[in-house]
Design a protein around this ligand. Sequence first.
Ligand SMILES: [Fe+2]
Length: 288
Amino acid sequence: MLRFHSLRFSSSLFAPPLPLSPVSISITKPTRLTPRMASYSTSSSSSKLLFRQLFEKESSTYTYLLADASHPEKPALLIDPVDKTVDRDLSLIQQLGLKLVYAMNTHVHADHVTGTGLIKSKVPVVKSVISKASGATADLHVEQGDKVHFGDLFLEIRATPGHTAGCITYVTGDTPDQPQPRMAFAGDALLIRGCGRTDFQGGSSEQLYKSVHSQIFTLPKDTLLYPAHDYKGFTVSTVGEELQYNPRLTKDEETFKNIMANLSLSYSKMIDIAVPANMVCGIQSKTS
Ligand SMILES: [Fe+2]
């Protein structure tokens, strides 16, 4: 298993035609911060971040594509890819001239098979990323405070357990050279006007309440919130909006725990297939 102390490598697929110096990709621990260069405006029109929100309709899952478009090799990552839409995602990445380096999951999903294993079989240089606390197989395991670098951009890892024991939220960097407003990819920890269930996979409503309030609601109010799913057609929210309007997490902790204990949700129809597959990068997706 690779550890992530200043991991650096050069990937070759989807590379531009001209020879270029190796792209610098790394995951760093909090104590090993790499200074980043402040070299661009952070407004949406001139940001170096290339961003796409992609949708998988059967499980209503959002997959997010992020890339450093200003870097000569355009290093890119996918958050929460789905096995059924891997070909679409890889085709888009190729059309945009990006070089995919990471396939990352916010948690071990119970409602769909991750596309990570399939992506790795098609683009072997891609490294899979998941939390250490998930217990799942991956090339790289991350935890609170780690940073995933792609080009001059990075995502910070925040541990947000409660929906599952290994849930993490990926947040864009807090330095002036990173996109503003910040963006939080919260998986199922915090959904738009909702949250993930807490009744399986090591879930805990008490833990989820603490995670959201300490790790997400403490972000700037204009932070854009991108969930792993939406079932009503919403695409994005903000921390400020959810602080004001989330019908569950605006309540006090006891009320929240009562709400979560009385949801009467049905058994997840994909869980017996998805969870075992996702514990090993979705490699078993061939059976689905
Ligand atoms: Fe989930």
